[in-house]
Design a protein around this ligand. Structure first.
Ligand code: SF4
Ligand code: SF4
Length: 483
């Protein structure tokens, strides 16, 4: 056999998984998913035993019944997709220079760093807090907020749509500013020929009928920080006098869900020691309270704290996540939408073919603005002088931004460069890395197994739907704006 492709092949970076009795491969370098037919399976099995010359590989496929043309075609296809690689290819990632002028897409405005609650795990109060330098304002002024809107619109390049998230402290402690900013930004965006959308995060204790009406009228997406039924909510989400917040927020929350007609209302649960019963929390928030969607995240802590989740607790959380993921899949197979956002978000990224250079948009398309107008990579870094990336009045400090992005690039995180989950994880949250390891560019190695198992579970969900209800996947992608 003569061929111009005198390569010796080995397996590329792939993660194999099975769903509904079929084989799939997740192509790590492309962030793409392929169903593996019999011939592809044969190639993978052969190369799993060791490297093979091109001719030997093609010959084996012909011996298995493929025509010479089909065998050559398959090898070429797998090579182009990088499911297999020629052995002269150097494995690993090369750190790329961060984009110099990435257009801005979203700003998170920390409209106040004050809060009427004192949740015991909160990074605004707890050990994880990045110290607020003295002399910084507690509330953002309207002038700073308007300058932020102008900065966003002026830095958005050709983007047609931009987004503002309002964050705190407790966001609604500065509702008047929020209202003025939305009215100003609506006009400014229209004048700039752009669409603008809004969201906010709140503890819901200060909601009034007037606020709910405003949020609904202006289609402001609302995320409520809430940890579950009374005994779990009140375990750590307390007032400064130690009193739980459930009784105050619950009636307001019900009014919000009934009165907010234009956007989904989402719960965001912080899992901490003793607050890990994911299934029960989901049941309460979704079915008893009526949230449209519920998402969960483990608490961030620098070291062993009273509220930290240990390894056993995280194993239990994963088991509960998997049970809820099964329920999510059952719903999807029946064409119904389930509200467990941890599946929806991962699946969205898989469908979109995410292959991230950085774990999130922080410092890229997204920036945080502190009450003083300082810019930071995201809302979690605001008011920390060590992470300031400029000021709203003077613009971005490109050098600092570049340093942040270079250190946070997945290729700069040694362990991640050979991890199959890196297209979605990319090393994990910069802020959590800073809290845990003192370096925003450190990989979050404490949860790798967890991340890989969860990603694998979501890949299986994708594979099952691809076979049994592909129409659902299409509708899901459409709803999420992925097509
Ligand atoms: S942090 Fe861990 S799971 Fe995430 S990409 Fe890096 S090695 Fe993989
Ligand atoms: S750094 Fe962490 S908290 Fe900030 S946007 Fe990224 S994932 Fe979110």
């Amino acid at each position: 056999m003569t061929t111009l492709l005198a390569h010796r092949y080995r397996l590329g970076e792939i993660h194999e998984f099975r769903a509904e009795g079929a084989d799939f491969i997740y192509l790590v370098t492309a962030g793409a998913i392929f169903a593996a037919d019999g011939a592809t399976r044969k190639v993978l099995d052969l190369l799993a035993q060791g490297e093979l010359d091109h001719d030997d590989l093609v010959r084996a496929l012909i011996g298995d019944g493929l025509s010479a043309v089909d065998a050559e075609g398959l090898v070429r296809e797998l090579r182009l997709a990088r499911a297999i690689e020629a052995n002269q290819v150097v494995q690993g990632l090369t750190p790329a220079a961060p984009p110099a002028d990435f257009p801005l897409q979203a700003l998170v405005l920390n409209v106040t760093n004050q809060c009427n609650l004192a949740c015991t795990y909160c990074y605004e109060f707890g050990a994880d807090k990045i110290a607020t330098p003295a002399g910084k304002p507690k509330y953002m002024t309207v002038e700073t907020a308007k300058s932020s809107v102008d900065f966003l619109l002026g830095s958005a390049g050709r983007r047609e749509a931009v987004h503002i998230t309002f964050f705190g402290g407790e966001t609604l402690m500065n509702f008047r500013l929020l209202r003025d900013v939305v009215l100003y930004a609506d006009e400014a965006a229209a004048a700039a020929g752009k669409r603008i959308t809004y969201s906010l995060t709140t503890n819901a204790t200060l909601l009034t009928d007037e606020i709910i009406q405003f949020l609904s009228d202006h289609a402001v997406g609302v995320t409520v920080s809430m940890d579950g039924p009374p005994e779990l909510q009140d375990a750590r989400r307390v007032y400064k006098n130690g009193k739980g917040s459930y009784a105050v927020m619950e009636p307001r929350l019900r009014k919000l869900i009934a009165g907010h007609k234009t956007r989904a209302v989402t719960a965001r649960v912080t899992l901490s020691a003793g607050v890990t019963d994911v299934k029960r929390i989901y049941q309460h928030l979704k079915h008893d309270i009526g949230f449209h969607e519920v998402g969960f995240a483990p608490v961030t802590s620098a070291d062993e704290r009273e509220y930290s989740l240990n390894g056993d607790a995280m194993t239990g959380v994963l088991a509960d996540f998997e049970a809820l993921a099964d329920e999510w899949l059952d719903y999807a197979l029946q064409g119904k939408v389930h509200g467990f956002t941890n599946v929806s978000e991962t699946l969205s990224e898989l469908i979109a073919g995410s292959n991230k250079s950085h774990p999130c948009g922080a410092g890229l398309g997204l920036l945080g603005v502190s009450p003083s107008g300082d810019l930071s990579p995201c809302h979690r870094f605001t008011d920390a002088d060590t992470h300031t990336l400029g000021h709203i009045s003077t613009g971005l400090d490109q050098e600092k931004r570049e340093d942040f992005l270079t250190r946070g690039h997945v290729a700069a995180k040694y362990e991640c460069t050979s991890c199959w989950a890196r297209p979605l994880c990319a090393g994990g949250c910069h802020h959590e890395a800073f809290v845990r390891y003192g370096d925003t560019g450190h990989a979050n190695l404490h949860y790798c197994d967890w991340i890989r198992q969860w990603t694998d579970r979501c890949l299986q969900i994708y594979g099952t739907l691809a076979q049994k209800n592909p129409e659902f996947l299409e509708r899901f992608a459409e709803r999420k704006g992925l097509q």
